[in-house]
Design a protein around this ligand. Structure first.
Ligand SMILES: Cc1cc2nc3c(=O)[nH]c(=O)nc-3n(C[C@H](O)[C@H](O)[C@H](O)COP(=O)(O)O)c2cc1C
Ligand code: SF4
Length: 463
């Protein structure tokens, strides 16, 4: 089985072993035989797409950076890895740190970046220590610093420890955090390639994305493009968790069938039970039903066709015993807690969804609550500065729509009679609503049409 990153070579995390196995030959080739534009073209041809969640073509992203030396440019390497269900980048830090470092240095050469910042979440202290040591060793051996490997190419690499906020994985919040500011996402445009770190052109790439680059240079773009689904080629580090016998990170060609990953690699579903739901790429991605799981290939294009996405490749398996209300409440609590609070739909909407879910969990759900949840989610998505809005809204919208019965069973048969100011709203909450909705609603609305504010007030108080 082809491996691009997590190769079966003992002690590959040691610099001498890495070098003995061809390590840093790609960097050497780039800086001594290829122009920066040649490197970008090769990465473009390989069709490498970002592994941080959005699947943006990497070569194209690099080509957005301004050419020439007039401006100081930067690369930011995103190792925040806070999406629940994702734990693949830490595997690279632990098992093949130098391949990531080499990839980042090649990216700096291709884009003319003066320095690379490696941003790792604060809770990853073990991997932060590993990377600190690895970077220091590369400086000592002349792979980073002035005149790399005796050439004219000079570059620096710095480690930066985050404080453990999910939002700092969003690229513009990460740049603010790196600048020592609060991790607030920035409004785009300007895009990072125009105005990024300290106002300078910057590219942000995920750790796995960068770790693929040396192998693309060593083996050629065609080789990489031929692995897995050609529209989303290469291997992917699938992180499998939840109700499986062997949770872990499995490197397999993109487009590997989901059930092959679960049954042949992750040891099958725990206790031999049936699947109830699978989240294919970290908790923000739309979940899959058991029927959808049967025939789906795990690459972004295939998942897009059934209304989901590969995200970070973090596969979360839930068996038939899982209580989806509990699952969704927990997920929503996470996004509510992690919202930075800048935009009203995200800040207020996440809390609103959580309160409604908790109300249902407490046995006080109303018949209208599930529609209300979907409606709040729809009003968050597309109306925020950053994609945390979608990350919070999608699980609610798609889980309820796809698994409606699992939620409806938690709503009590009887309705609590609540004092409601607005009669149309009150009607929507009543069991008779379905029967009355058309004529009664129409009647009430007509009562208000053409009336002054005072008249409406008067009518309302009489209701
Ligand atoms: C709320 C939020 C959190 C994110 N967290 C991460 C993360 O932890 N790691 C990551 O690589 N990308 C994360 N991203 C995506 C980044 O903004 C960015 O698209 C990515 O790092 C680009 O790298 P790539 O092109 O190599 O995929 C996040 C995005 C959002 C909206
Ligand atoms: S969507 Fe949420 S996390 Fe993103 S900027 Fe707005 S409030 Fe902050």
């Amino acid at each position: 089985m082809v491996k691009v990153i997590l190769k079966d070579i003992p002690d590959l995390n040691k610099l001498d072993v890495y070098v003995k196995n061809g390590g840093f030959s790609a960097l050497k080739k780039c800086i001594s035989e290829m122009s920066p534009d040649d490197v970008i073209e090769e990465v473009k041809k390989s069709n490498l797409r970002g592994r941080g969640g959005a699947c943006f073509p990497t070569g194209l992203k690099w080509s957005f950076m301004p050419k020439g030396d007039e401006k100081v440019k930067y690369l930011a390497c995103n190792g925040d890895e806070s999406e629940p269900g994702s734990f693949k980048d830490r595997e690279i830090f632990e098992k093949n740190p130098y391949q990531f470092i080499e990839g980042a240095l090649i990216a700096c050469y291709a884009m003319g970046a003066k320095a690379a910042y490696v941003y790792i979440r604060g809770e990853y202290w073990k991997w932060i220590n590993i990377m600190n040591d690895a970077i220091k060793e590369c400086y000592d051996k002349g792979y980073i610093g002035k005149n790399v490997m005796g050439t004219k190419f000079s570059v620096d690499m710095y480690m930066y420890k985050g404080a453990g906020a999910y939002i700092c994985g969003e690229e513009s919040a990460m740049m603010n955090s790196l600048e020592g500011k609060r991790g607030y996402p920035r409004i785009k445009p300007p895009f990072p390639a125009q105005k990024g770190l300290w106002g300078q052109p910057t590219t942000i790439n995920n750790i796995e994305t960068l770790a693929c680059v040396p192998e693309i240079i060593n083996n050629g773009a065609e080789w990489f493009a031929s692995i897995g689904n050609p529209k989303h080629p290469g291997t992917l580090l699938y992180g499998v968790s939840g109700h499986v016998n062997k949770p872990g990170v499995y490197e397999l060609p993109s487009g590997t069938p989901l059930m092959t990953i679960i049954n042949d690699y992750a040891g099958g579903v725990l206790d031999g039970k049936k699947i109830k739901m699978v989240i294919p790429g970290g908790t923000s991605m739309p979940p899959l039903t058991p029927e959808e799981c049967e025939n789906i290939n795990m690459d972004n294009e295939s998942l897009k066709e059934i209304g989901s996405a590969i995200g970070t490749g973090g596969i979360i398996v839930m068996n038939e015993d899982a209580d989806l209300l509990q699952v969704l409440t927990r997920i929503t609590h996470f996004y509510y807690h992690e919202s930075c609070g800048q935009c009203t739909p995200c800040r207020e909407g996440c809390g609103w969804m959580l309160r409604v879910l908790e109300r249902i969990e407490a046995g006080m759900g109303r018949k209208s609550d599930l529609d209300l949840l979907v409606s709040v989610a729809k009003n968050i998505e597309g109306n925020t500065i950053c994609a945390l809005g979608e990350a919070a809204a999608w699980p609610v919208k798609f889980t309820i729509n796809k698994f409606y019965k699992d939620f409806a069973k938690h709503i009590p048969e009887h309705e609590t009679d609540l004092p409601v100011m607005n009669k149309v709203h009150a009607l929507r909450q009543s069991p008779q609503y379905e029967v009355l909705r058309n004529d009664k609603e129409q009647e009430i609305v007509e009562e208000f049409i053409g009336k002054s504010r005072e008249e409406v007030k008067e009518k309302r108080s009489a209701m």
